[in-house]
Write a protein that binds this ligand. Structure first.
Ligand SMILES: [Zn+2]
Length: 251
C-alpha cells in the first residue's frame, strides 16, 4: 500500500474490534474514504486524540483505493474546541457533517471540502451557526441535483423585476412570467441571492433579523423535504433542542 497525505476531516467514527475505530474521512484529494485507526481506543495510543469526529488536519495514511486505508498520523489543523463547548454549535456541526456525508461519494469534491471547512471555521469564530448552515445547505443544492436559479428569472432569463421564487420551477420568477405563485418576502429573495453568491471565507459577521433567518430555514426545510429525499438524524435533533429551549441561540 502506498503512503499518501491529504487534508481531511472526520465525518463519522465507529468502533471496530477491541480497540480500533473505522473513520469516515472526507479528504480534499481522495474524496470520502474509510480509514482504520488501529488501536486508537487504547489509553496510550497516539492516535486516540485524533480519531474523533470533527478532527480536521493533514492525514497521513496507507491508501487502499478500493478498501480500508490505514491511519499513520494526523497533523491537526483545528480541533474546533469552541464548537465543542456549545451544544448548539455541536448540533449544527453534526448536521453539516451528516449532510456532507450524504452528498459526497468516492470522488474528490474540493469545492465542497473548502465550503465545509470555511463554514465550520466561521462557526468556530462565533458567527451564527443557523445562518451559516442555511448558506451551506443552499450552496450544496446543485450537488444534490436540485439547484435553484437565483440570479435570473428561471422562466425567461431576465434579471429585472424579480417578484418571487417558484419552487416547482426551481428559481426566481419575474413580474412578466408571474402566474399566481406564492409571493415570498422580498427580503428573503434578496437574502437567498446574497447567500448563494457570498464567499463564506470572507464573512466577518452576520447580523440579520431573526424572523428572516427563520423564514430562510423554513424555506430550506420545505425544499429539502420536497426535492432532495434526504432525511438527517442530526436535523431532527437540532429541531428538538430548539423546541425544548435548551439552546441559547445567537443570531
Ligand atoms: Zn421571466
Amino acid at each position: 500500500m502506498e503512503i499518501v497525505k491529504s487534508m481531511g476531516i472526520i465525518l463519522k467514527e465507529i468502533n471496530y474490534s477491541e480497540s480500533s475505530k473505522i473513520l469516515t474521512v472526507f479528504t480534499k484529494e481522495y474524496g470520502k474514504i474509510g480509514i482504520l485507526s488501529k488501536g486508537c481506543r487504547n489509553i496510550r495510543s497516539k492516535l486516540r486524540s485524533v480519531s474523533t469526529r470533527l478532527i480536521y488536519g493533514f492525514f497521513h495514511f496507507y491508501y487502499q483505493p478500493n478498501g480500508l486505508s490505514t491511519l499513520i498520523c494526523v497533523d491537526v489543523e483545528n480541533t474546533f474546541s469552541h464548537i465543542l463547548s456549545s451544544i448548539d454549535d455541536i448540533a449544527y456541526a453534526n448536521y453539516l457533517l451528516e449532510l456532507t456525508d450524504k452528498i459526497v461519494e468516492g470522488d474528490a469534491e474540493s469545492d465542497l471540502f473548502d465550503l465545509l471547512i470555511s463554514t465550520l471555521e466561521k462557526i468556530e469564530e462565533g458567527i451564527t451557526p443557523k445562518m451559516l448552515s442555511n448558506i451551506f445547505s443552499l450552496k450544496v443544492l446543485p450537488l444534490l441535483g436540485c439547484g435553484l436559479v437565483l440570479d435570473e428569472c428561471v422562466s425567461c432569463g431576465s434579471s429585472e423585476n424579480i417578484v418571487t421564487i417558484d419552487i416547482e420551477q426551481g428559481g426566481f420568477i419575474c413580474k412578466k412570467c408571474y402566474a399566481n405563485q406564492m409571493i415570498v418576502d422580498p427580503k428573503l429573495i434578496q437574502l437567498l441571492r446574497l447567500s448563494m453568491e457570498v464567499d463564506v471565507k470572507k464573512i466577518k459577521k452576520l447580523s440579520l433579523d431573526t424572523t428572516l433567518v427563520d423564514e430562510f430555514s423554513k424555506f430550506l426545510d420545505d425544499y429539502y423535504e420536497k426535492y432532495t429525499g434526504i432525511s438527517l438524524k442530526s436535523k431532527t435533533f437540532l429541531k428538538n433542542i430548539m423546541k425544548l429551549g435548551v439552546s441559547n441561540e445567537k443570531i
